[in-house]
Design a binder for this molecule. Sequence first.
Ligand code: ZN
Length: 278
Amino acid sequence: MNIRKFNLTGNVKTLVALFLILFLSLTLLTACGSAESSSKKDKSKKAKKVEDDEEDTAPATKKEAENTNTGNKTADEKKEKTEKVSADALWAELMAGNKRFMAGKHTAANYSASRVALSKGQKPQFIILGCADSRVPPEFIFDRNLGELFVVRDAGNIADEVSLGSIEYAVEHLHAKMIVVLGHESCGAVAAAVSGEKMPTRNLSAIVDSITPAFEGSKDCVLGDKPNMACVELNANHSAKDLLEKSPIIKKAVEEGEVAIVAAVYHFDTGEVVRLKE
Ligand SMILES: [Zn+2]
């Protein structure tokens, strides 16, 4: 009995051992399979990520390319706009200041700060060829700060050699964009020229002799008649024409679109500056 009992116990133990081996083998196989599957999944995930990354990169590069193209396009458009900065756009800028002047709403400029900031150089956009008349200071009537207007003034806003030389400097070296010839109502120099009277000095004669040709052929402004706005306008247009005819530098700059010329007149009653037709 004891021996049989022993054998029976031994068989049970063997069975248990075999079962355990089988279970462990299965578990191991399943684990390996799972690991392999997991590895495959990881690899697949990684591959997908790379693909996704590549896709992400591709559009990014594409976007960058598009952006670069857009950037170039914008730069080109900007350049074109800059090149096309017309007399109209610059004039509108001046007129904004003139409107402030007319309304009595001057910009509260800090001249001390501007003076110091401008100590290293100037880059005015506008050149004003105006009359020396004390009632027509361009900085006031266009409401501009220091360094914004390159102003050349003489009696009658005449484009003589000295004023032409001054303007050439501002065009050539300061790269100003617009020249405004600014005549004004009740101009004494124009009135003296229209009078046709002989001037008492050679220097005064030089002024009227420069202005008189502006009235040639005009029915609206006749020598010996009373001076009027037509005379002032003719004189402003005449000086504007002289800028082109007497200065190859200014003419070239205008032809190349680097600077624009505008003739205008100032009215005392309203304070308005009116641009003349070319
Ligand atoms: Zn004047």
